[in-house]
Design a protein around this ligand. Structure first.
Ligand SMILES: Nc1ncnc2c1ncn2[C@@H]1O[C@H](COP(=O)(O)OP(=O)(O)O)[C@@H](O)[C@H]1O
Ligand SMILES: [Mg+2]
Length: 296
């Protein structure tokens, strides 16, 4: 199964397009140019000199998220959700000073949080706020929705819920819950945490079967549109839902993981083969989404 998925990635993804998705800042810029909704960029930090002058940028802010352009797995993501006098407040409620934020960004640009430890760029973006419908299902953070987009078709989906152990980040390796989602309606299939089936959120006790995703059709359209933008045939598209702005593209991944199969109790191969059997060259976003909703 693993090898066959690698075959799909190698065959359908042109390596020259990877820099577009391996760098979150590039993804944001290209998605925004294409008119796709994203959390707005606030500021980019490339050098130590720019960190020295950061105070002026964050002084008027009460909330923001700082992240490495080439980070992954939730590493180096600093979520600031408020401030009290001269301290900022992190997503877990603990305070952080401006000096500590500057140190965090120094570490980020030196590559501490980045793939292979390469020097990196840090950026600040808007804080996404949890939609009402997810409040009972998340702990101090924003859930995200992973969709596998194959040749522009959403073929499998998974909601990732933040937990106390995942520290406000919706990353499975950090202990977030993965909830498989039917493509037709976005309803839950089953949920796993650390590769084991769970039925309730460990922190809130909410029954995971009761989960519903708002704006599901709009969300599928947004995700399917990333095919035209990236020209990558096999893509993991991560979307967050802001309570006011609705679905926003958070990041794209050219080598998405396979745990989505576990959360859906289903394999990707039959769905990949179904799409390969279609002549989809002339199918637009709406037609592809309609096919996926009817079949997956
Ligand atoms: N702008 C934001 N507002 C609120 N939470 C965020 C924001 N960006 C990221 N997060 C949280 O951090 C997690 C990881 O962020 P992401 O950009 O996907 O980086 P990574 O590549 O490390 O997974 C997200 O799933 C979400 O829970
Ligand atoms: Mg992510």
């Amino acid at each position: 199964m693993n090898r066959r998925n690698v075959h799909y990635i190698g065959h359908y993804n042109d390596r020259s397009r990877y820099p577009l998705v391996d760098n979150k800042l590039n993804t944001k810029i290209v998605a925004r140019e294409a008119g796709l909704a994203i959390p707005e960029l606030i500021h980019v930090v490339k050098t130590q000199h720019e960190i020295e002058t950061l105070e002026k940028i964050i002084a008027p802010l009460t909330e923001f998220v700082a992240k490495p352009a080439q980070g992954s797995g939730g590493k180096g993501i600093l979520v600031v959700r408020g401030r009290e006098e001269d301290q900022f407040i992190k997503s877990n409620g603990s305070p952080i000073s401006t000096a500590e934020i500057k140190r965090h960004l120094t570490n980020t640009i030196s590559g501490l949080h980045s793939l292979g430890g390469r020097t990196d760029i840090a950026f600040l973006e808007e804080l996404v706020r949890v939609d009402e419908s997810f409040k009972a299902f998340s702990h101090e953070g924003v859930p995200d929705i992973r969709l596998i987009i194959f040749k522009g078709f959403p073929i499998m989906g998974m909601l990732r819920l933040t937990t106390r152990v995942s520290d406000g980040k919706a990353n499975l390796h950090q202990g977030a819950i993965g909830v498989g989602l039917g493509i037709a309606s976005g309803k839950p299939v089953r949920a796993v945490q650390h590769d084991r089936v769970v039925t309730a959120h460990p922190d809130t006790g909410a029954d995971l079967d009761e989960l519903r995703i708002p704006d599901w059709p709009e969300l599928l359209h947004l995700a399917a549109s990333t095919f035209e933008v990236t020209e990558l045939g096999y893509l993991g598209c991560d979307i967050v839902i802001d309570k006011d702005k609705g679905p926003l593209i958070l990041e794209l991944n050219a080598r998405p993981g396979l745990s989505i199969q576990l959360a859906n109790d289903a394999g990707l191969i039959p769905r990949l083969e179904a799409i390969e059997a279609l002549d989809s060259r002339r199918m637009g976003v709406a037609e592809r989404v309609a096919y996926s909703q009817a079949n997956f």
